[in-house]
Design a protein around this ligand. Structure first.
Ligand SMILES: NC(=O)c1ccc[n+]([C@@H]2O[C@H](COP(=O)([O-])OP(=O)(O)OC[C@H]3O[C@@H](n4cnc5c(N)ncnc54)[C@H](OP(=O)(O)O)[C@@H]3O)[C@@H](O)[C@H]2O)c1
Length: 287
């Protein structure tokens, strides 16, 4: 496994386990602890929660079964989006309350990385800055970042908060390449912050669809995979993103360990620029 330092207090595994779909996995706390230990043995130590995923309580209960595991893990959670109304709220009061609730849910004293879940058209960046200061000084949150932020929102927030935003968690997949070219990824490169990327397998659609365009894309992935003796398409998809110079950090959405190991094989593959563009333009030709 590779690890990436996002700050002096945060080193994440190159693959992060996402927990958005955890409520649908039907895992009890013992199953989940077993999964966490299995993932740890594969080198995955970083977990992506959000206050609205419904994952925090189950995750907290699982790690509480073995408290010594906490310090070996990096816990990400998100705030800034209200579950009841689904509208953004980055007020100081809401951010602090929501983090304090996440700490209780996760049964932990600190969150390694707090992300603001999405841009807030009603943002008061002074308030976010005050909330971050309080959360950092009280030791409740060690690092801060954002998710789904276009460059303008990122620059605004970074101007007001003292702490460096250590990542932008963005959507990036074969069927959603726009963040490569709309300034979002370039801004991360400009700030030299590794972006975390979500939805990398398009929720599995690319493997299950009978759409001719997607089948043609799969043919290309298969052809490139055969050059590396790889016959699992997800390995080549992850290799496509890992080969990019921006130090992309994929968030895995699967519950299945064999699919995780297929993903990890991508760490051994470095696509050439030519292969990268073979995939990129194949997708562009069909989508
Ligand atoms: N910041 C944000 O706004 C945001 C938004 C969405 C997600 N996220 C984060 O990103 C994580 C990953 O997102 P995601 O779950 O959408 O990722 P994804 O990897 O695109 O999709 C995962 C889904 O694809 C299925 N899948 C994987 N491999 C497959 C295969 N070979 N054949 C068929 N189906 C397959 C999985 O099912 P199985 O479990 O059966 O393998 C799972 O349902 C989330 O858990 C969350 O932490 C962040």
């Amino acid at each position: 496994m590779e690890y990436i330092h996002l700050s002096e207090t945060l080193r994440v595994s190159r693959f992060i386990q996402g927990l958005m779909r955890l409520p649908s996995w039907n895992f009890n706390k013992y199953d989940l602890l077993y999964q966490i230990e299995k993932l740890s043995s594969l080198g995955i130590t970083t977990y992506d929660n959000a206050s609205i995923y419904g994952s925090e309580i189950s995750f907290g209960e699982a790690i509480y079964l073995k408290p010594s595991i906490r310090q070996k893990l990096q816990i990400i959670t998100k705030s800034g989006l209200r579950l009841e109304t689904q509208y953004p709220d980055t007020s100081k009061e809401y951010l602090i309350k929501s983090v304090e609730k996440s700490l209780i849910n996760l049964k932990t004293d600190y969150i390694d990385l707090l992300l603001i879940q999405q841009p807030d058209p009603f943002i008061n960046p002074f308030e976010v800055s005050e909330a971050f200061n309080y959360l950092l000084k009280s030791g409740k949150v060690l690092n801060f970042g954002v998710a789904n932020y276009p460059p303008s929102s990122f620059n605004l927030l970074q101007k007001f908060v003292k702490e460096p935003l250590v990542t932008n968690q963005i959507e990036l997949s074969l069927l959603n390449l726009k963040n490569f070219v709309n300034g979002t990824l370039e801004l991360c490169q400009e700030y030299e912050i590794p972006p975390m990327i979500w939805g990398v397998l398009d929720g599995g659609k690319i493997f299950t669809s009978s759409d001719e365009a997607l089948l043609n894309i799969c043919d290309k992935l298969e052809e490139i995979g055969s050059r590396y003796n790889i016959n699992t398409l997800e390995t080549i998809i992850y290799a496509f993103f890992l080969s990019h110079p921006a130090n992309l950090i994929p968030i895995i959405g699967t519950s299945k360990i064999n699919r995780v190991t297929n993903a990890l094989k991508a760490l051994e593959i470095k696509l050439t620029r030519k292969e990268w563009f073979e995939i990129y333009y194949t997708v562009k030709g069909y989508i």
